[in-house]
Design a protein around this ligand. Structure first.
Ligand code: IPE
Ligand code: IPE
Ligand code: MG
Length: 247
């Protein structure tokens, strides 16, 4: 029996975020170069998008490239960007047909023009879609996102458009790249690393975390459903007691 059959479709997390890690190690295990692993990882991403759609996830955030990943060897950065452009371009029709909306979070000013154009085209052409939202974290760093928000808020205060006393959690969140997107309910990280790697530091404050040793290229639909099943066994207490939640 598949984990999918065990799921309670009324308790599907609204927003799932994934740190897609382990492509390099997957390739090395097969004596291939890292790019081979990234290519295989794209297949996992496609399967997971499909799986998430099947069970009614509303927001799916995929960590594709961190601000720190710019430090990787130039040929790897190039290959990753190329893969991204290729996939976004190829998948755009499907996104439209299936009513998916594409969003990107990150510092897009660092992207090459062709990458930026491909990404922007897909964002624009899906912006009125009302189905699942796929959020790609690209050139994304959470600390940078937070500093950026602080700057924007400071600027508004300086210009007299905002009072210091008006700054609250909601106002702050509205200045993050993720403005308007609910916080993730569930975070999945593959490849056995037990860290957050500068991902959504503010947004994850009450997210349920799930770490699996499975390397990203091996993380397919069934592994995704298994993770969601795991999520459904948890109790989210938000500081309260179990007894309070029952009432
Ligand atoms: C994740 O796999 C993909 C990106 C970070 C772009 P890695 O490339 O980090 O794979 P490992 O961690 O080296 O195995
Ligand atoms: C995190 O993976 C970023 C992405 C999955 C895109 P890394 O492989 O870059 O993370 P660290 O540096 O090992 O923590
Ligand atoms: Mg890694």
């Amino acid at each position: 029996m598949s984990f999918k059959d065990k799921l309670d479709l009324k308790k599907v997390p609204q927003h799932v975020a994934i740190i897609m890690d382990g492509n390099g190690r997957w390739a090395r295990q097969r004596n291939k170069d890292r790019i081979f692993g990234h290519r295989e990882g794209v297949k996992s991403a496609k399967e997971v998008v499909e799986a998430a759609g099947e069970i009614g996830v509303k927001y799916l955030t995929l960590y594709a490239f961190s601000s720190e990943n710019w430090q990787r060897p130039e040929h790897e950065v190039k290959a990753l960007m190329q893969l991204l452009v290729q996939e976004i371009t190829e998948e755009l029709d499907r996104f439209k047909k299936e009513n998916l909306q594409l969003k990107v979070i990150g510092d897009l000013s660092r992207l090459d023009q062709d990458v930026y154009n491909a990404v922007q085209k897909a964002i624009d052409e899906t912006s009125n879609n009302t189905g699942m939202t796929i959020i790609i974290a690209l050139s994304y760093g959470s600390r940078q996102e937070i500093v950026n928000a602080v700057r924007q808020i400071a600027q508004k205060v300086k210009e007299g458009r905002l009072e210091v006393s008006q700054i609250n959690e909601q106002v702050f969140a509205n200045h993050l790249y993720t403005a308007g997107i609910p916080d993730p309910d569930f975070l999945i990280r593959t490849s056995g690393e037990l860290r957050i790697s500068n991902f959504l530091l503010w947004q994850l404050s009450y997210t349920e975390l799930y770490f699996t040793k499975v390397l990203w290229p091996d993380f397919r639909k069934e592994q995704f459903f298994e993770a969601i099943y795991n999520f459904q066994q948890r109790e989210r207490r938000y500081g309260k007691t179990s007894e309070q939640l029952e009432n």
